[in-house]
Design a protein. Structure first.
Length: 260
C-alpha cells in the first residue's frame, strides 16, 4: 500500500501549487491514499469548509491539522460532519471533531488508518500524545495494520521520541508544524517509517511560508504585525511511504520536494 503525505499547506499559494503539482506527483507515485496537513490552508491560519472542499477536489483524500485548526470558527460544524478532516486526537473529550479515522481507498482494498496528534512542548497543555497515541493505535489496529501518524509538534526531541515509542505500531510517524523539511527519513527497527518534519507547501522565498518582510519586521521590532502567505518560488514538500499490506510495516520512505 502506498501513502502520499503533503506537508503544511500555507494559504492560497500553497493550495495553488498543490493543484498544479499533485496530478504529476500522483501519476509518479500512484498512492492509494493522499493526506495533507491543512491547518494553515485558509489565509495562512486555519481551515474553512470551502477551502477543505477545494483541497478534496484537487485530489486529497484526508486532511490532518494541528493547533491552528481552531483559527476559523466556522470549521467547528464541518469538523463534526466530515470524517475526512481530522484535528489532533489529544484535545480534551468534547472538543469538536475527531482525531483519527479508518479509510478504504477503493472497494475491496486494504483499509488505511490516519491518526493526528499534537505535541505539548511549547504548545498547548493537552493530553499525553504518547499514552493516548499508543492506546488509539491498539484500537485502530483491530481494523488495519496500515496507519499513518501526523505528529504536529514544535521540538525535534518530542517528535523523535514519539517515533521510537510507536515503532512497530504505526506504519509511519511523520512530523509537521515547523515547516522546514528535515533530512532524517528512515525506517526504524520494528518497521515504522519516520521523518521529523515533512516541510511546508507554499512560497519558498519566505520565512516558513510567511512573507519574509512580515517576519523580519516582527523580529526587528517585537511588535504585533500581520502575517501574509508568501507567493514567491512556490514548491510542494511531502513524503511518500510504501507499506506491506499484511503487516503494516514500512517498506520505503522517500522525501518529496517539487517546484513549479
Amino acid at each position: 500500500m502506498k501513502i502520499l503525505f503533503i506537508g503544511d499547506v500555507i494559504g492560497e499559494p500553497g493550495r495553488k501549487v498543490t493543484r498544479q503539482l499533485l496530478p504529476q506527483i500522483k501519476s509518479t507515485y500512484q498512492p492509494d491514499l493522499t493526506v495533507l496537513n491543512g491547518e494553515n490552508a485558509a489565509g495562512g491560519f486555519g481551515l474553512t469548509a470551502a477551502v477543505a472542499d477545494e483541497l478534496f477536489s484537487s485530489g486529497i483524500d484526508v486532511l490532518t491539522s494541528g493547533n491552528h485548526i481552531w483559527d476559523k470558527k466556522q470549521i467547528m460544524e464541518t469538523l463534526e460532519k466530515d470524517r475526512r478532516i481530522l484535528r489532533p486526537a489529544n484535545y480534551p473529550v468534547g472538543s469538536a471533531g475527531r482525531g483519527w479515522g479508518i479509510y478504504e481507498p477503493k472497494l475491496g482494498a486494504p483499509k488505511i488508518g490516519v491518526l493526528n496528534l499534537e505535541g505539548r512542548v511549547y504548545m498547548h497543555n493537552l493530553d499525553d500524545p504518547f499514552t493516548l497515541g499508543k492506546s488509539l493505535l491498539d484500537e485502530m489496529r483491530k481494523e488495519t495494520p496500515i496507519i499513518l501518524v501526523d505528529f504536529h509538534a514544535e521540538v525535534t526531541s518530542e517528535k523523535r521520541a514519539l517515533g521510537w515509542y510507536l515503532d512497530g505500531l504505526a506504519t509511519a510517524v511523520i512530523g509537521t508544524h515547523t515547516h522546514v523539511q528535515t533530512a532524517d527519513e528512515e525506517i526504524l527497527p520494528n518497521g515504522t517509517a519516520y521523518l521529523t518534519d515533512a516541510g511546508m507547501t507554499g512560497g519558498r522565498d519566505s520565512v516558513i511560508g510567511v512573507k519574509k518582510e512580515d517576519a523580519i519586521h516582527r523580529f526587528l521590532y517585537q511588535t504585533p504585525s500581520r502575517f501574509s502567505p508568501a507567493t514567491g518560488n512556490p514548491w510542494l514538500n511531502g513524503v511518500f511511504i510504501e507499506a506491506d499490506p499484511a503487516t503494516g510495516k514500512a517498506l520505503k520512505i522517500e522525501r518529496i520536494q517539487e517546484s513549479l
